[in-house]
Design a protein around this ligand. Structure first.
Ligand SMILES: [Zn+2]
Ligand SMILES: [Zn+2]
Length: 181
């Protein structure tokens, strides 16, 4: 996913890429610091990347939208489930030699310097990082996931277990105990 910007005319340019997960995720993956390894999504579906570049004399503006399907582990029942991912990021690039230009008011000085000899924008690393951080707020296979029985570990989405009724019975005996007092 490389875009050669040197030969581009000023103006807007659109790109579309489809990559396979194995093309951007290697085995020795560095997990972002604020994620535990269980939270890192597993990717098995093609990754669709749409990039828009707006080039002018001093800057290259980049906006990237990413769509794919990630595989996550449910917090309640620990089964795996798939979830669509739509995420995006933006970046601004500048040429080193053109940096001394004074920044205009309101202009963001948070930009990436383009290599003068090899002005290529490689999307792979940023797409990878964006995907790794695309973790849903709630990791649930479904909103109504019944989870595992905390007593016997049965997946309550698949079948009920006897623990609930046992607890009910204990409550009932407590209730009758109270009544007798
Ligand atoms: Zn679940
Ligand atoms: Zn149980």
């Amino acid at each position: 996913m490389k875009i050669q910007v040197e030969t581009l005319s000023n103006g807007i340019h659109e790109y579309k890429f489809v990559v396979l997960p194995e093309e951007i995720f290697s085995d020795d993956l560095t997990v972002p610091a604020d994620l535990s390894i269980q939270e890192v999504p597993d990717f098995q579906h093609p990754i669709y990347v749409a990039a828009t570049i707006e080039k002018n004399t001093r800057h290259v503006y980049l906006k990237v939208s990413i769509h794919t399907i990630g595989k996550f582990q449910c917090d309640r029942c620990v089964e795996y489930f798939e979830n669509e991912i739509d995420n995006s990021y933006e970046a601004v690039y500048r040429y080193q030699s053109r940096v001394p230009f004074p920044l205009q008011t309101g202009e963001n000085d948070d930009f990436i310097i383009l290599d003068e000899n090899n002005p290529i924008i490689d999307l792979s690393e940023d797409v990878r990082q964006t995907l790794l951080l695309s973790v849903p707020m709630k990791l649930l296979c479904k909103e109504s996931c019944a989870g595992l029985c905390s007593h016997c570990g049965t997946n309550l989405n698949e079948q009920p277990c006897d623990c609930i009724s046992e607890i009910d019975e204990r409550w009932n005996s407590l209730v009758s105990l109270k009544r007798n007092n």
